[in-house]
Design a protein around this ligand. Structure first.
Ligand code: ATP
Ligand code: MG
Length: 423
């Protein structure tokens, strides 16, 4: 039997990969505008990193990690997300000492989670994310949110909803935590086994449970917003003020909590409101994590970031009927007839490519008609026609395949003349 692709993964083939490249380039362009620089960390890390960095009460750590022992007996995990690795690298490379502060980074690459595959949920997916480390200015929270929104908007998405919340500082979180325990404890038996474990460890995560989301105690749960102390309230007010100053509409949802254990203050999600997007509406999630750098062995450093997947971005584009033209352009195709012409095409092709033209030729010894067909199939702009007789006379014919116009150029000055023709 033929070997098949693993469940929850996909091949991205030529014709579609150009859409990915377009989106990836857009993301890089926007990061450059906002002055975030790329960081590349390993695809696998020591498992310990995610136990500490993502938190052992999360779905990711509890059930979704691809973990294994390597041949040296080390516990290794394919990265399920990017923040832990970026923060590890920040601490390990002592970026807190960089002359440029805050440290603004972005990453783009595959993540791995053992999930039940469905629309918008894969076992290997590509995340784009940013992290800003070292600033506790609410303007950077607004900047990070704006960067994510800009990517979606620049691709033409309109049906977006930005949801924000604040989880407050440690004092606020602890007060809220106590209130949550009080609220859920008497009836915790009615909740799933995960929630029962979460009650003492991290009751906030109960609010994020997918199994028990419709339980009546969820709606009546104490809202974090009532437990924000003065500092936390002020911080949240500033973030909202700056979002408005940047012309961004948002909704405050006090039930929005992010999966990770170390989140505090700002939390946000961007959802698609497009009809037909499906059950999973979250495109992007992010927030502030002021305790994480220290947890990774670095000095106490505030941080904020987001992550989004290209897969869900593509679903959102599809749901809004937006088509990214998968552009693949070829400048010219050499059509050679006769033995000498074929030999010369090797030289000419090399010259064309050196001069910067994307160029192709026939490698299947096809007849003239079939070579023209091949040129059209790859949408070449020009056909360069080499014949033994013309070569002897020092001429090369060039046909514009869009207009059908044909010109003779001189063999000796071909690259110069062809460059002029293309301009
Ligand atoms: P969800 O609630 O959908 O499981 P999450 O809270 O696990 O999301 P995060 O860990 O915050 O998601 O990841 C950020 C973003 O990465 C999500 O908003 C989503 O766009 C994307 N994402 C997460 N898991 C997957 C997956 N399995 N396949 C494709 N994209 C994903
Ligand atoms: Mg998930």
């Amino acid at each position: 039997m033929a070997i098949q692709i693993p469940r929850g993964t996909q091949d991205i083939l030529p014709g579609v990969v150009e859409k990915w490249q377009f989106i990836e380039n857009k993301a890089k362009e926007i990061c450059n505008k906002y002055q975030y620089r790329e960081i590349r960390t390993p695809i696998f890390e020591n498992t310990e990193l995610f136990l500490r960095g993502v938190g052992d009460t999360t779905d990711i750590v509890q059930k979704e990690m691809y973990s294994f022992q390597d041949r040296g007996g080390r516990n290794i995990t394919l990265r399920p997300e990017g923040t832990a690795s970026v923060v590890r690298s920040f601490a390990e490379n002592k970026m807190f000492g960089n002359p440029t502060q805050p440290v603004k980074l972005y990453y783009l690459g595959p993540m791995f989670r053992y999930e039940r595959p469905q629309a918008g949920r894969y076992r290997q997916f590509v995340q784009f994310g940013v992290e800003a480390l070292g600033s506790m200015d609410p303007a950077i929270d607004a900047e990070v949110i704006s960067l994510a929104m800009e990517l979606y908007k620049s691709l033409g998405l309109k049906k977006l909803r930005l949801v924000v919340n604040s989880l407050g500082d440690n004092e606020s979180r602890n007060a809220h935590r106590a209130a949550l325990i009080n609220h859920f404890q008497p009836r915790i038996g009615e909740f799933c086994s995960d929630c029962q474990k979460r009650l003492e460890k991290n009751p906030l995560r109960i609010l994020d449970c997918k199994k028990d989301r419709d339980h009546e105690l969820m709606k009546s749960a104490p809202s974090i917003l009532e437990y924000l102390n003065e500092d936390s309230k002020q911080y949240f007010e500033k973030v909202k003020q700056y979002l408005s100053a940047m012309d961004m509409d948002y909704i405050v949802d006090p039930t929005l909590v992010r999966g990770l254990d170390y989140y505090n203050h700002t939390a946000f999600e961007i959802m698609s409101e497009a009809e037909g997007f499906g059950a999973i509406t979250t495109l992007c999630g992010g927030g502030r994590y002021n305790g994480l750098v220290q947890e990774m062995g670095g000095p106490d450093t505030p941080g904020i970031g987001f992550a989004l997947s290209i897969e869900r971005l593509l679903s959102a584009l599809e749901a809004e009927g937006i088509n990214i033209e998968a552009e693949h352009s070829v400048d010219c195709y050499i059509i050679a007839l006769g033995e000498e012409a074929k030999d010369y095409s090797v030289t000419l092709l090399q010259k064309l490519r050196t001069a910067g033209f994307s160029s192709e030729r026939d490698y299947l010894n096809r007849k003239m008609k079939a070579q023209f067909k091949a040129a059209e199939r790859i949408a070449a702009k020009y056909a360069i026609i080499l014949g033994d007789d013309e070569l002897k006379m020092g001429n090369i014919a060039v046909k514009n395949l869009e207009t059908g116009e044909q010109t003779e150029l001189s063999l000796d000055h071909f690259i110069d003349e062809f460059s002029k023709l293309c301009r």
